[in-house]
Ligand binder design. Sequence first.
Ligand code: HDD
Length: 683
Amino acid sequence: MARDRNPVNHVTELHAQEGDRLTTAQGAGVDDTDHSLTAGPRGPVLLEDHHLREKITHFDHERIPERVVHARGTGAHGVFRAYGNAASVTKAAFLATTDEETEVFVRFSTVLGSRGSADTVRDVRGFATKFHTREGTFDLVGNNFPVFFIQDAVKFPDIIHAGKPEPDREIPQAQTAHDTFWDFIGSHTESTHMAMWAMSDRGIPRSYRTMEGFGVHTFRMEAADGTTSLVKFHWKPALGIHSQVWEEAQITQGADPDFHRRDLYDAIAAGAFPQWELGLQIMPDTVDETFEGIDLLDPTKIVPEEICPVQAVGLLTLTEAPENFFAETEQVAFHVDHVVPGIQVTNDPLMQGRLFSYLDTQLTRLGGPNFAQLPVNRPRAAVNDMFRDGMHQQAVHSGVVAYKPNQIDDDLPRTSPDGDDAFVTIPTPVSGEKGRHHPVSFTDHFSQARLFWLSLTPVEQAHEVEAFTFELGKCLRQEVKEGVLASLARVDTDLVARVAAGLGLPVPDGEVPDGVVASPALSQIPAEPGRVDGRVVGVLVAEGGDLSPVADLRTAYADEHVVVRVISAHGGEVSGASGETETVERTLLTTRSVEYDAVVVAPGVIGSAVAAEPRTAVLLLEAFRHGKPVVALGDGVGLLTSVGVDTSAPDVLACDSVRDCVQPLRDALGMHRSWERLAMLAG
Ligand code: HDD
């Protein structure tokens, strides 16, 4: 007879903080946690003090190894709801049906820096999503770029060793601006396309909320009727794609190293829940696995949206910050091979290597094979895996049978050979000679790098040139710079000439690919103003000045959850001319322009202590230089002029009242930056 089974007791809750008294780990009450047990008031500490030894021992073992890559990150809980239109390509219920909401956990990260490194470094960003579906866990372990540096996973340790701090002195931290990284890029022409993305504004996002995400590899999807398609995943942010400018990113590293983390939590707290649409590029599943001449197994290639549009299939909304960073964000474990029926992997050699690496790395990082039992990782689908024991086993398995086939338990648990509710590998044919191959279709390393360059607007191209010049300018070895210039010469003659000029090096010759067509979808400058939810507007106010703009702006942008922050010369309260008061949230000492998407000068600041403080000029000039809307209300325009802000420049708004500036400011914020001003400043 089969017994009532609860083989993996995933529902047992571990109550970490029960009751209101302090106890030992064994639950005995503690009389005093501030003084060790000693022989006499000034005598030696006694070995007998169990509480002291247990407290320190546990503390000594609090850290786990940080992730070997993507160590610095932050996460949030949320929900995913499909639109239902993906049913034509996949039978995965969480994508195919509209009637269920799937719980998700998303972790964003940088790649190279250590756990304590700054958020706003120039780097790729991880965008990993765990979908707790009722058919099992699906992990979409992607990045904010749609391509990767290498085509074969065997080279992953090489690129990471080259990018991480150089091993002799362990510098520089969390950045690619050093010899070993660019030595790798110069000697691997396949990396050129990804390097173009990394040196673009995409490498320095304004917020995790304003990044796109990509599954990078091509996946194979299977519909309920058995038809298959080749598919690429995209995340499209509701707020559009918005980046910092380089000087701003550098200042932020010092002013607020937790900038992206704070931004995510603050937006959620303000009710501006971050959202992304999940999109699919759906391509026919052909024998050669190519589309319009693009090898879909090559992870250094995109499929331009103009030739295969992204179809929106669902909405992700992040609604809740984790309650405990370690338990959730640090212990979450993603794996590319966590797929559900309806979604399968392909022969992309980079993807195949990843299938090995993720489980392997968790064994070290999370200390054994039972990490799926940690609350953040626990599947919401019923688990009956017949795995037993191991380090950190939480489940109390019952019964005697942990093998198949068996007679004692009626041969339970059952397998599903017909695939009704099981993951069954699609029988794709494989042939060819065993060997270490270099596929011919993987050898074009420059046409898509050129495509990317040609798709940028002039101001974005100027940022790209500046980034290459900065990074190579930090390299010490001449041959490293020359190696990269040789690759850039095969991307675009203007690009290489401008970078070489900045480095003071000769321009190498190179053959540029012919007939490359731009993909306008790759530019991140919006055609028209987008949503401004959760944007941060700083308002400079002075003692005895007009404070009414603070409340007026809050009211005007309440529906968009725009955060209006009061900045003044001192902390505490500030009193206005009519006796009204506001709480000062930032002083000129504690703030920096990088905290704001726009800065407003209230009437009455000119001639005040705020105007006399030199940091006011720094704040306003930085906001101006970084292309942010700068607003002067009433006599505030005089302050702008006195600190040297060009009040005739684009998106410097002088208004008599808040009412006059609400819409122009919303429009300017919705464009992310004053692109016209940035172009003007770039000359
Ligand atoms: Fe990876 C972590 C994304 C290639 C090996 N990877 C990791 C994370 C993301 C990615 C977002 C962090 C997950 C988290 O937040 O916990 N990785 C990618 C993408 C790749 C990629 C988009 C290429 C398309 N990765 C890649 C290769 C290998 C790895 C080729 C190894 C062969 N990645 C790992 C890892 C990590 C990891 C060592 C470190 C921590 C972890 O897995 O859980 O296994």
